[in-house]
Design a protein around this ligand. Structure first.
Ligand code: ADE
Length: 224
């Protein structure tokens, strides 16, 4: 899978995409992530990527031309499954959407900044808009990092334990059951006896029950 991220503050993306599982997946060649600095495509001597909005109103607007240039350069080189704009107006990102997207070959993630982007970019260049939640971030970078991280862990081989992503919370619309590690007793805080019993069938049944009970208690909306 190849992910191209377009941003005017690429520094915001560096660290979340340089460690842990995303780094390992990149090193293994399972995913390529390219970050494109929008300023490299800006024209004029001030290398502007934003301008005042027509009709007034507060806030700067991301200009068409730099975005057009970078997207055209990329789409001339390969076909993209989706050209995505990160925006609170978009479809809400969730695990089923992530599962579908993880099967794609090439995607572009465009991070907005300022008050927004020129509407004509959305009409003519963007194929999908995604929001990561009902709140407003200062830019799309944190959303792009969250989406990239979510997709990468779904690529077969990205996690050391192949079954891990399948047992993630939400993968079956349930939260994960509680987990424990040694010691079995920490200052009187005990690991449930069942987990020490060695009876794998009973343990598996208990974990299922716990997942359902936790989902009912904490996220009943997932069971609807
Ligand atoms: N940009 C600003 N807010 C956002 C959000 N909630 N999701 C995705 N991109 C955004």
């Amino acid at each position: 899978m190849r992910i191209d991220i377009i941003s005017c503050v690429p520094q915001l993306l560096e660290s979340p995409l340089s460690y842990s599982i995303v780094k390992r997946a990149k090193d293994k060649g399972l995913v390529s992530v390219f970050i494109h600095d929008l300023r490299d495509y800006a024209t004029g001597k001030h290398k502007k990527t934003d301008d005042y909005s027509y009709g007034g109103g507060a806030g700067m607007v991301m200009m068409i031309e730099p975005v057009y240039k970078v997207i055209k350069k990329l789409t001339r080189q390969r076909k993209y499954d989706e050209i995505i704009y990160l925006s609170p107006d978009g479809e809400l990102f969730d695990q089923p959407m992530a599962n579908k997207m993880s099967l794609m070959k090439n995607i572009i993630l465009l991070c907005g900044h300022y008050k927004g982007i020129d509407q004509r970019i959305r009409e003519h260049l963007i194929t999908k808009e995604i929001s990561i939640g009902n709140y407003v971030l200062s830019g799309g970078e944190i959303a792009a990092a969250a989406i990239t991280d979510t997709l990468v862990r779904l690529i077969p081989g990205a996690l050391s334990d192949e079954t891990s992503a399948l047992t993630d919370s939400f993968q079956n619309s349930l939260l994960s059951p509680p987990i424990y590690t040694r010691p079995a007793d920490f200052k009187g805080w005990k690991v449930p006896d069942i987990l020490l019993s060695g009876d794998h069938e009973k343990i598996s049944q208990w974990l299922d029950e716990q997942a359902i009970a936790r989902t009912k208690a904490l996220r009943p909306d997932l069971l609807k």
